[in-house]
Design a protein around this ligand. Structure first.
Ligand code: ZN
Length: 400
């Protein structure tokens, strides 16, 4: 596998032309010149370079307008590959993706609380090395890391990963030194937001919120087409939005955070409490016959079989998320909200109460109709978001 920095590919005009080709799908040199206002000779020179670098390719499918058929240009999506890493609280997912977000290889490893910095970094190394080893013939241009918790994206440092209890880990520096490749690190929910904006709508939406509901809860805010980090990088930490001032203790030290009532573990804990309380539910039977811990996934399965209590637990979690999103709508009034992460797999059991709550609580009638949709990126959502961290820089150096 050929490695190296993608910086050599970059220049402003190159990125403008690359992005034009990417968003158009297929376009002629003349059309690029017309739409970018770059001169035809400039376009010609840069296109030649891009062809030599195998970032784009030529095809002859252009519609003839009398005379010679124009040669069309399109992205050479399999010319280069990117490694995306999603560091969740209990699992690290590694994917190898082409430039269009098509995942060609993957690897994962479980991690546990109590892991120290060295073991954590060595797990990252192991995963990257594994994918490089299995795909020696492919050209790699970078590594993106979507990390749960608080991240300093500018320095590529995991400032605090509460579920692993790790602090101040220089992920970017470590991986760049080890693999001699460009590395970008971002909070997982923010990466997911960028991934959604990148792979779903070729042109990023002006304002959008992507919420990741899994073991933790986080959100990525895309405002005016750009990821919004805030002054200290904690913009979007809605898992720690206080939702019940007299609520349960959260891992962050506060009480009543959204995470304590609507995350995967919170859903499981609520079910566990109700089972112990002797409430009527199929879960009691399931955990008695085959001793296993109640998980949010199990609650979802029970809800699907028609178990009223499980449906109620998911419904209530959805209301809490809906209240949090109502607060967010009142702050930044997005054009769309995308819900991803493990809990989003509960589909309508969780999405319906979210929509209902927003309709009941948001202040203006138009904003009450803010679309809330489930992420279509699937299990690789945050990992593809990590891939988008590299792509967004390659194609649009001015974004971020
Ligand atoms: Zn908290």
């Amino acid at each position: 596998m050929q490695r190296g920095s993608f910086q050599w590919m970059k220049s402003l005009n190159k990125s403008i032309i690359l992005n034009k080709i990417r968003t158009a799908g297929s376009i002629s040199r003349a059309q690029i010149a017309k739409e970018t206002k770059l001169t035809p000779p400039t376009v010609g020179t840069i296109v030649k370079e891009l062809l030599e670098q195998e970032l784009i390719k030529e095809s002859v499918l252009g519609a003839s307008q009398g005379g010679r058929k124009p040669k069309m240009l399109e992205l050479n999506t399999t010319g280069f590959y990117i490694i995306g890493i999603d560091v969740g609280p209990s699992n690290i997912q590694f994917i190898l993706s082409d430039l269009s977000g098509n995942v060609v290889d993957n690897w994962h490893k479980a991690v546990h609380e109590g892991i120290d910095e060295r073991a954590f970094l060595s797990t990252l190394e192991q995963g990257v090395a594994q994918l490089i080893d299995q795909n020696k013939s492919l050209r790699l241009i970078g590594i993106g890391v979507a990390m749960h918790g608080v991240v300093d994206a500018a320095l590529g440092i995991s400032v605090f990963a509460p579920n692993l209890n790790l602090r101040n880990i220089s992920i970017k520096e470590h991986l760049e030194t080890t693999f001699d490749m460009d590395v970008r690190v971002e909070n997982d929910a923010k990466a997911l937001a960028l991934g959604e904006a990148w792979f779903h709508d070729q042109v990023p939406q002006t304002s959008m919120i992507a919420v990741n509901v899994g073991r933790g809860i986080g959100a990525g805010l895309v405002i005016n087409g750009k990821l919004f980090n805030g002054e200290h990088g904690i913009a979007g930490e809605i898992g720690h939005m206080t939702i019940d001032i007299n609520g349960k203790l959260c891992s962050c030290g506060n009480v009543g955070c959204l995470q304590t009532v609507a995350s995967g573990p919170a859903i499981a804990e609520r079910a566990h409490e109700l089972v112990l309380h002797g409430e009527k539910t199929v879960l009691t039977e399931w955990v008695t016959h085959e001793p296993k811990p109640i998980t949010a996934e199990l609650v979802h399965r029970a809800a699907e079989t028609g178990d009223t209590l499980s449906q109620e637990i998911l419904f209530n979690a959805g209301i809490y998320i809906g209240v949090a999103l109502t607060n967010l709508i009142h702050v930044c009034n997005p054009c769309q909200i995308i819900v991803g992460g493990g809990v989003s797999k509960a589909g309508d059991f969780i999405i319906s109460p979210i929509r209902q709550t927003i309709r009941e609580r948001v202040i203006s009638e138009r904003a009450q109709e803010t679309p809330v949709v489930v992420s279509k990126l699937g299990d690789y959502g945050s990992a593809l978001g990590a891939v988008a961290l590299i792509l967004s820089e390659l194609f649009e150096p001015e974004v971020k």
